[in-house]
Design a protein around this ligand. Structure first.
Ligand code: UT7
Length: 331
């Protein structure tokens, strides 16, 4: 059974910090090279925030651009959900910081942690409040400052990620527009392959956790790679089929940007060709919760999305978390 939600995306915006870290820059920091990074990941450069800029600042930039673009008074926002694995602090929630700084006086809000699936999860969650009639305007933000949890001496992880944020506005949808269906799952047995062990209640920050580098991203890349390619394709195929569509009905697949080879493997399983797949990993790398809204933003800016288009979002992240959302683009 499909899960139609009467909610639509009525605007999308994104923000990346100005400083660019190229593959050539990384060559000076770790034993890597531009050719390896390009051919193994598709990444050419990524944006990195300065020390004064946190996840909330990236989120606020994206949110303010979105409010201006959609001519929305911040006081009209009912709810703010921030998806992130790099909140400014353990608490208060980054959503509270964003609420204050954008002047969303009436809004409540919370953070959602689902790593690279964070934005897709937050989109589905936020849409429920609109679909139920409880809220009229929900701000869904994916924002991560991945550079704050990377070990820049570990070549296997530091080359993969960048900083950035994207935001969408959710509003009530008409008959044949907006979110048509969604699918999410968790496979917690995969948690051991991608995680940040230090700083939580299990291993509170200490000189020892720092010395053991427990405060940074740890990953078994090849495990995550195989799981992501398979599950993104399976989820996408399931959603299309359940709603009576084939790959030919699809205007655009907007996948999470973790590795160009994962994206290509997933689209190959689905039988979707390059012209129907949004790729911007070359410029931004993996911005975790930021990749999908940044992909939607770029697709709109490049004239690749129009009212009535069938769009599929697909993602896999740490957890493992998986998400796919099928929508009819509404503007
Ligand atoms: O959003 C979810 C988050 N993460 C992901 O989705 C990431 C999923 N995984 C991946 O993208 C890939 O597994 C990686 C890009 C992380 C690694 O690619 P791979 O093709 O799986 O390479 P590998 O880990 O099997 O390593 C191959 C070789 C190794 O050398 P040896 O043992 O064959 O001599 C690595 O040490 O490549 C070496 N290597 C590097 N060489 C140059 C690993 N990282 C680098 C590097 N530069 N940055």
């Amino acid at each position: 059974m499909s899960h139609r939600i009467a909610a639509k995306i009525s605007g999308v915006a994104g923000y990346v910090p100005p400083k660019v870290l190229t593959n050539a820059d990384l060559e000076k920091m770790v034993a890597t090279n531009d050719e390896w990074i390009r051919t193994r990941t598709g990444i050419c450069e990524r944006h990195i925030a300065d020390s004064a800029t946190a996840t909330s600042h990236l989120a606020v930039e994206a949110a303010n651009l979105l409010l201006a673009q959609t001519k929305t008074d911040p006081a009209e926002i009912d709810l703010i959900i921030v998806a992130s694995v790099t909140p400014d602090m353990m608490f208060p929630a980054t959503a509270c910081l964003v609420q204050d700084r954008i002047g969303a006086k009436r809004a409540w809000g919370f953070d959602l942690s689902a790593a690279c699936s964070g934005f897709a999860y937050a989109l589905t969650v936020g849409a429920q409040f609109v679909g139920s009639g409880a809220h009229k305007k929900v701000l869904v933000i994916g924002s991560d400052k991945m550079s704050s949890i990377l070990d820049y001496s570990d070549r296997a992880t530091c080359i993969l990620f960048g900083d950035g944020a994207g935001a969408v506005l959710l509003e009530p949808a008409g008959e044949n527009e907006g979110i048509l269906d969604f699918e999410h799952d968790v496979d917690g047995s995969g948690g051991q392959y991608l995680y940040q062990p230090g700083g939580g209640s299990l291993n509170p920050a200490s000189a020892e956790t720092i010395a053991k580098k427990m405060h940074v991203v740890h990953q078994e890349g090849s495990q995550v790679f195989k799981y992501a390619a398979r599950r993104m394709a399976e989820m996408s195929a399931k959603l299309l089929e359940r709603n009576g569509f084939t790959k030919d009905d699809l205007t655009l697949l907007v996948p999470h940007q973790a590795n160009l080879r994962i994206i290509r493997a997933a689209q190959e399983r689905l039988g979707v060709d390059d012209s129907k797949v949004m790729v911007n990993i070359d410029r931004f790398a993996n911005t975790t919760a930021g990749t999908i809204p940044l992909g939607l933003r770029d697709a709109v800016e490049q004239g690749r999305l129009h009212k009535g288009d069938l769009v599929l979002i697909a993602t896999v992240g740490a957890g493992y978390t998986t998400g796919a959302v099928l929508l009819r683009w509404a503007y």
